[in-house]
Design a binder for this molecule. Structure first.
Ligand code: GLV
Ligand code: MN
Ligand code: MN
Length: 407
């Protein structure tokens, strides 16, 4: 499976991946997922947002019973190979392992590929899971635009899809009894623990996090002939905001990142008439993230700019019953890990689906970068852990800590 995925969207110069929603690369990855499903005799469906679900067993015969594993295949710009794909590849490997063992699940098993998890193109992370759970309004999703001004509706049409099909999908969610997303670790929490017992961790919660778009005004003028005191330079305002983000994050014990900004008109010899700064802020305490952004809103207003919230996800705790079931299955010595990264698992948890995560050790601790890594042995340990978990969850209706579907 890794050999198939290796070349898709790979940037030769960096070794990173560019796999963005509704592009040719995305299409290739969806075809790959479909092929893997068909090869295993799984029933493949796509929901209203285009998330792919491959079922072993009929989830409509046992509503609210489906045990779902999987993740996403899209990436951030020049992202690593593991963030997302490790969860999807592992899910298929779990199906193979269960079949080799002759396991006959009592509950339907599903493998999911969520679309547009990173929000790299249209700005809203986890758009696939947000739309089907209703956390992202379909009208708003259709109107989101990429940097070239192409809206999601236009991109859907270009991909041969009807933009009006997207929306909340209760029929799909009714099938899901629980969701366990395996993911590469995105920090160095596990690397320094006992190597014998820390290849895999159980996720406990996701930090509150959000994205904001800040627009700052300027006036285009000549880079050579305009006196410094006469300039209205949007770039300078953007630079001040970037530094303020760092200072406010420090003050409020959060993190704040400007990883993307755009200057218009973008000429080397022209003063910028407009700057757009995208802010990502997160932290362990919701009020502190809010305070960070409130301070930056003031800084923006003082400079005549505007700030708009593009997405917000409150603190997400994974299902306590499911987490303790995972601990029973995998052993109390398995580390517990909170994370500052967002995941579709968090969106499903907020929608009322009993959800948990497994993290596979990343010795570099680096993620959203070509340096992202996991040792092959650790990946196998991740598959073995997820196999045990699924075996336990899918053996006999009634073994789930919470069989209720999403509320
Ligand atoms: C997704 O990986 C995010 O945390 O931004
Ligand atoms: Mn990611
Ligand atoms: Mn991910």
């Amino acid at each position: 499976m890794w050999d198939d995925l290796h070349p898709v969207g790979r940037v030769a110069s960096t070794g990173g991946y560019r796999r963005f929603a509704l592009t040719g690369e995305d299409h290739t990855l969806h075809e790959w997922f479909a092929e893997q499903s068909v090869r295993r005799g799984l029933d493949l469906t796509s929901d209203r947002m285009g998330n792919q679900w491959a079922w072993w067993g009929n989830p409509d015969e046992a509503p609210g019973q489906g045990v779902v594993i999987g993740s996403h295949l899209d990436s951030v710009p020049d992202g690593g190979a593991y963030d997302g794909p490790l969860g999807v590849v592992s899910a298929f490997a779990v199906i193979d392992a269960l079949r080799e063992q002759g396991f006959a699940p009592d509950r339907p098993l599903g493998v999911v590929n969520f679309v547009d998890e990173e929000g790299a193109r249209f700005g809203v992370a986890c758009a696939g899971s947000r739309v089907i759970t209703g956390a992202l309004d379909a009208d708003r999703a259709r109107g989101l635009a990429d940097v070239d001004g192409v809206t999601m509706a236009e991109a859907l049409r270009a991909a041969g899809r009807d933009p009006h099909e997207i929306g909340r999908d209760d029929e799909t969610l009714r099938r899901v009894g629980c969701f366990v997303e395996l993911h590469v670790e995105q920090g160095r929490a596990l690397a320094d623990l006992d190597p014998e017992t820390s290849a895999v961790a159980i996720g406990t919660n996701i930090w509150p996090h959000g994205r904001w778009r800040i627009d700052l005004p300027g006036m285009a003028n000549h880079a050579g002939t305009t006196r410094l005191e006469d300039r209205q330079d949007a770039t300078l305002l953007a630079a001040e905001l970037v530094l303020a983000a760092r200072a406010e994050a420090q003050r409020h014990a959060t993190v704040a990142t400007v990883g993307k900004l755009r200057l218009e008109p973008g000429g080397v010899n022209a003063i910028a008439s407009h700057a757009t700064v995208w802010l990502d802020s997160r932290g362990p305490v919701e009020a502190d993230v809010r305070a960070t952004v409130a301070a930056l809103s003031d800084e923006t207003a003082q400079r005549g700019g505007t700030i708009v919230e593009e997405s917000w996800t409150p603190t997400t705790a994974f299902d306590a019953g499911l987490v303790s079931q995972l601990r029973q299955v995998l052993g109390d010595e398995v580390p517990l890990l909170g994370t500052g990264a967002g995941h579709d698992a968090g969106i499903l948890a907020t929608a009322g689906v009993p959800t948990a995560m497994l993290f596979v050790r990343n010795p570099t601790g680096v993620s959203h970068s070509p340096e992202e890594f996991a040792e092959q042995d650790d990946c196998h340990r991740g598959v073995a852990a997820l196999t045990k978990v699924v075996q336990d969850l899918a053996a006999g209706a009634g073994s789930s800590p919470d069989q209720a579907g999403p509320s």
